[in-house]
Design a protein around this ligand. Structure first.
Ligand SMILES: [Zn+2]
Length: 254
């Protein structure tokens, strides 16, 4: 893409954003890669690498495994020292919201980056990594309050039940209330920005088809396998860069 093409794409996106009363930002792993969090499905994504090593992600991130082999499940997923921070994309969206722009985030990510950036309207389709709960009694723990036993399994203070993240793993359903709120958000939005996702899950494909608004924009570094909707604009670049460039063109109330 030449600079001129790029500039006109940015201006077109800005025009759509200025025109819209409600913007739905539907984001996937590609919105967090610029925070140093690896994605799943791109060339160097976690799942792609696992598949190349003949490991099946459906097995390793499967909910059944938490109970069957908790030590293996929890020891595998520990990532010491990883303290990701919101990137420019998260910050631009949160800033625009703070300035009165009605941007509603639906995210497939569990990393809490939008909230950390200060965004107020965030629906987490696949749960999150901040809140953990005991599988026996339901007591809630924060991520950094969790205490591990000698096998590296997080345990409840009261009944020694396994304490797990409120992440939606393979074999589990998304939270019903979050799905309902996401449906509503898609129905009332004027502009849908699909960013950093290949929309490969059935839930994602179903949800975005509920959009009844005016324009659909896709921002993704890779071309999409399936084109689920009419697309008005496709920007094949990284999400943070695009949002950073579009920000100066957005009119806000403040
Ligand atoms: Zn408990």
């Amino acid at each position: 893409m030449t600079d001129i093409d790029n500039q006109s794409a940015i201006k077109q996106l800005a025009g759509y954003m200025n025109e819209a009363n409600i913007i739905c930002f539907y984001g996937g792993a590609g919105t967090s890669t610029e925070s140093g969090i690896p994605d799943y499905r791109s060339k160097h994504g976690i799942w792609t690498m696992m598949e190349e090593n003949e490991q099946n992600p459906l097995y390793f991130a499967n909910a059944k495994r938490i109970k069957e082999n908790p030590a293996a499940f929890f020891n595998r997923r520990k990532k010491p020292g990883l303290r990701p921070e919101p990137n420019v994309g998260h910050l631009v969206l949160a800033n625009l919201e703070k300035q009165g722009k009605d941007i509603r985030v639906i995210t497939q990510n569990v990393d809490g980056m939008h909230q950390l950036a200060g965004h107020r309207f965030v629906l987490e389709l696949h749960g999150n990594h901040r809140n953990w709960y005991c599988m026996e009694c339901g007591r809630i723990y924060k991520y950094d309050e969790v205490e591990y036993d000698q096998h590296g399994v997080p345990r409840c203070y009261v009944d020694s039940g396994i304490v797990r993240p409120s992440v939606v793993y393979f074999g589990e359903n998304a939270n019903r209330e979050t799905v309902e709120k996401s449906k509503h958000t898609l129905k009332v939005s004027d502009l849908l920005i699909i960013a950093g996702t290949s929309l490969s899950t059935p839930l994602a494909t179903r949800l975005v088809q509920l959009f009844e608004g005016k324009h659909v924009v896709i921002i993704n570094r890779d071309p999409l396998d399936i084109q689920p909707l009419r697309t008005d604009l496709f920007i094949q670049r990284s999400v943070g860069e695009v949002l950073k460039e579009v920000q100066p063109y957005i009119h806000t109330n403040k």
